[in-house]
Design a protein. Structure first.
Length: 336
């Protein structure tokens, strides 16, 4: 038998989900059966799977775990030296993810990722003790594509993670992106509206004429910040949260992102590099999409619990390399 004392980071979640996290080798079907047969109890009594836990309660589990899974925890093998921290407090950690870095481990659990760097940092700095937790591990509240750079927010506590999840669902956290697109969008400001259907097998989305066949509405507000030699620097604010929506929408209107091979600009980017005679030492071409989540605002409109102090705050990257390069290149052209 195992007895778990519910701590603050365990409180607020369902009983069945707590047991699944605290004893990950137990199949979820066995946990459900254990609740029905009273082999899992809350405060010594029978409880339902959906019972919400409170700090100070106890959970008794009369089930035997399977042998531990092989392999070290990925974060123990990670180095946090490359972690670019923009802001942190006792509840949240805001990082600048570099292009090319994944946010979570994929098929290689020991891979270098943003979350493994963050966990290694929190452990090394004494802010997280995995041996002192039953079920909670600090987690990212949202994600970016591997080759998109910019701000990613992580929660250090379970209470903060619950608030952030709710705020992202309700669109109470605004994100702004900078990108370089081929051509000059017309008009200079507006809203892109499309219907996107996700193709999980191909890891991309398709633009559809309507919402049939499961397509979902995608809305992106934008404004053009500058245009030079057939390229434009654009600020985008996604009004919906669809996969690849900025990349797919700009490609759909004939202005794909510079360097985005998946949605159609990769070959044009390579051609442009060959034609950039004025700036051969540092061309604007990218081997990945020129897209960065450069600003994040806590636009709370509802009660925010332990994160109320963040209401109205905005964080912005001091520099976005491709935007800086674009401005310098445009200035060079102007002097010519």
């Amino acid at each position: 038998m195992k007895v778990f004392l519910i701590r603050p980071n365990d409180a607020g979640q369902r009983l069945d989900r707590f047991v699944a996290k605290a004893m990950p080798s137990l199949p979820f079907s066995l946990i459900q059966k254990g609740l029905r047969t009273k082999k899992i109890k809350l405060n010594g009594k029978r409880a339902t799977a959906g019972a919400i836990l409170a700090a100070g309660q106890t959970v008794d589990v009369y089930l035997r775990e399977s042998p531990a899974r092989e392999g070290a925890q990925p974060w123990r093998l990670a180095s946090w030296s490359g972690l670019d921290i923009i802001y942190e407090d006792g509840n949240v950690l805001l990082c600048n993810k570099e292009a090319g870095l994944t946010v979570h481990p994929d098929n290689n659990p020991a891979a270098d990722t943003l979350i493994t760097r963050a966990l290694a940092y929190l452990y090394a700095s004494g802010q997280w003790d995995p041996d002192g937790e039953n079920s909670f591990t600090p987690a990212l509240a949202h994600r970016l594509d591997r080759n998109t750079s910019g701000l990613v927010l992580a929660a250090k506590t379970a209470a903060a993670l619950r608030v952030l999840n709710q705020k992202f669902r309700n669109r109470e956290i605004d994100k702004a992106y900078l990108c370089l697109v081929i051509g000059r969008p017309k008009p200079d400001a507006g809203t892109l509206r499309h219907y996107l259907k996700r193709d999980r097998e191909r890891c991309r989305v398709e633009v559809r004429p309507d919402r049939s066949d499961g397509a979902k509405t995608a809305l992106t507000a934008y404004r053009v910040l500058g245009t030079h030699d057939g390229m434009s620097l654009v600020e985008c604010r996604p009004l919906t949260g669809r996969t690849h929506q900025i990349r797919a929408q700009w490609a759909a209107v004939g202005h794909p992102l510079l360097g985005d091979g998946k949605y159609g600009a990769g070959s044009r980017d390579r051609d442009r590099n060959r034609d950039c005679n004025h700036n051969r030492d540092k061309p604007l071409g990218f081997s990945h999409q020129a897209l960065c989540a450069y600003r994040l605002s806590f636009a709370f409109t509802t009660p925010s619990g332990c994160l109320e102090y963040l209401r109205g705050k905005t964080f912005e990257l001091p520099e976005v390399p491709f935007a800086t390069d674009f401005a310098g290149w445009a200035g060079h052209r102007t002097r010519d």
